[in-house]
Design a protein around this ligand. Structure first.
Ligand code: F0G
Length: 428
């Protein structure tokens, strides 16, 4: 059983163990699995036997699915472990979205508090397999936090390219703390992405953005784990935010493979939600026009502030396969939805909450039926971006046009029993 690297456009094949991130034709690459051989295994049984295993590497919610992710000798694997995240009933956030059967998969419960750890364990394992000593990425914050932590675990040097300003506090803090060499470039994420590709190509540094096909393989495990948590019953919809579009590429690729292997018999529909200030996939899908980058992307959800996503084509492939949709939501809609995700006791960073804002919009538009079973992916932890959250609750986002409709503002009181009684009285 082995793998192959294959161009998503012209289908040319490459040696999977020689470093390469794109095809000669410029297309992006897929890791191709030997589905013929995999069909001979009872994969569902194998995955079920490993469920809640204490044995490495199968205690990881990524490596539990090793055969379908990266069949590499165990000695190369860099795992913390990751995955095994909760699938919550959406509670108040479900009511807000108008859905009766809404589950939220909280990927903020990964070791560095975002879904990136799933792709990173696989990407860092590939780095080790290729003999890399230095790794790099461009990032809006979460990829860099994850890469710095996994590089520290693997004993590698990590170099991080982040856009100037507007990187969430929690993420920058993590990158610095885990020891990543952090280069804040004068430009936006799209500029950082262009630069890191040039740097990695010329300086023999291993690139760990999601253009790296092994990152995509690890990220597929989000979908696998959700299905396993649902006893392999396929929901009607998956909803997730879209930025650089690696996550949707991964989710859909994994689902396509499960479908082709006969592990699932139904195709779920996928909805990708973009911020309206960073919406190239939405514009392409909605207007049926050729792909065009969005210059100067802007949104409060800094994680998805991306105007030229590297994986747009492979992401679009997944939308088409699943008869999916692409929706856009405003910053106001993102922050209001976030207030409900947080108030449900679940909590997530702004970009994650585009998922719930998008669900609400699609229900209101009649695209999703309120009775359908929907799984939304929350990609990052509430504490990744404490400023956005506290500013919303303190009604301090007016200067960027966001009203705090569901604010839970702190109240200042005198230190007396009477003052406390007055405040509690308003709640009883
Ligand atoms: N949600 C969060 C919290 C993210 O950090 C990202 C991407 C996304 C959603 C979008 O996922 O890019 O696969 O479509 N963050 C990247 C980063 C770009 O650098 O951390 P995508």
């Amino acid at each position: 059983m082995d793998i192959n690297l294959k161009c998503a456009d012209c289908k040319k094949s490459y040696d999977p163990y020689i470093v390469r991130y794109s095809c000669e034709c410029g297309g992006t690459l897929d890791v191709e699995h030997d589905l013929e051989s995999l069909r001979k295994l009872d994969l569902k049984k194998i995955f079920e036997e490993r469920w809640r295993s204490r044995q490495k590497p199968y205690d990881s919610g990524v490596w539990r699915y090793k055969e379908l992710i990266f069949p590499v000798p165990d000695e190369f694997i860099v795992s913390k472990p990751e995955g095994n995240t909760n699938l919550y009933d959406a509670g108040k956030a479900g009511k807000y979205a108008g859905l009766k059967n809404f589950l939220l998969k909280h990927e903020g419960e990964n070791p560095t508090c975002s879904f990136k750890d799933r792709g990173m364990t696989c990407g860092m394992t590939a780095a080790r397999r290729m003999g890399a000593k230095i790794v790099a990425c461009a990032s809006t914050g979460n990829t860099s936090a994850s890469m710095a932590a996994y590089a520290a675990t693997a004993g590698m040097l990590s170099i991080i390219f982040i856009p100037e300003g507007k990187i969430a506090y929690g993420k920058l803090t993590q990158a610095l703390a885990y020891g990543g060499k952090t280069l804040q470039i004068r430009g936006d994420f799209d500029d950082a992405m262009t630069l890191v590709q040039e740097v990695c190509g010329k300086l023999n540094i291993y690139l760990l953005n999601s253009i790296n096909p092994y990152r995509i393989e690890g990220q597929k495990a989000i979908g696998f784990e959700i299905l396993q948590q649902l006893n392999w019953e396929v929901p009607d919809w998956f909803i997730l935010p879209g930025g650089n579009l690696g996550n949707n590429t991964a989710l859909s690729k994994g689902l396509i493979e499960l479908y082709e292997l006969g592990i699932i018999a139904k195709k779920p529909r996928i909805a990708v939600i973009q911020a309206s200030g960073a919406n190239p996939l939405f514009l392409m899908w909605k207007n049926k026009t050729p792909y065009k980058r969005v210059p100067h992307a802007d949104t409060i959800a800094t994680a998805i502030k991306i105007g030229n996503p590297v994986s747009w084509k492979k992401s679009y492939r997944g939308i088409e396969w699943s008869n999916g949709v692409v929706e856009q939501v405003t910053d106001q809609e993102i922050m209001d939805a976030k207030a409900w995700v947080d108030a449900a006791g679940i909590g997530a960073e702004p970009a994650s909450c585009a998922t719930v804002a998008g669900a609400k919009k699609l229900v209101e538009a009649g695209v999703i039926n309120p009775d359908e079973k929907v799984v939304g992916i929350l990609t990052g932890h509430l504490l990744k971006d404490p400023d956005a959250t506290s500013n919303y609750h303190k009604s301090s986002l007016g200067d960027i046009g966001i009203a705090s409709r569901f604010a839970n503002a702190p109240v200042q009181i005198e230190p007396t029993l009477e003052a406390v009684r007055r405040q509690i009285g308003t709640l009883l």
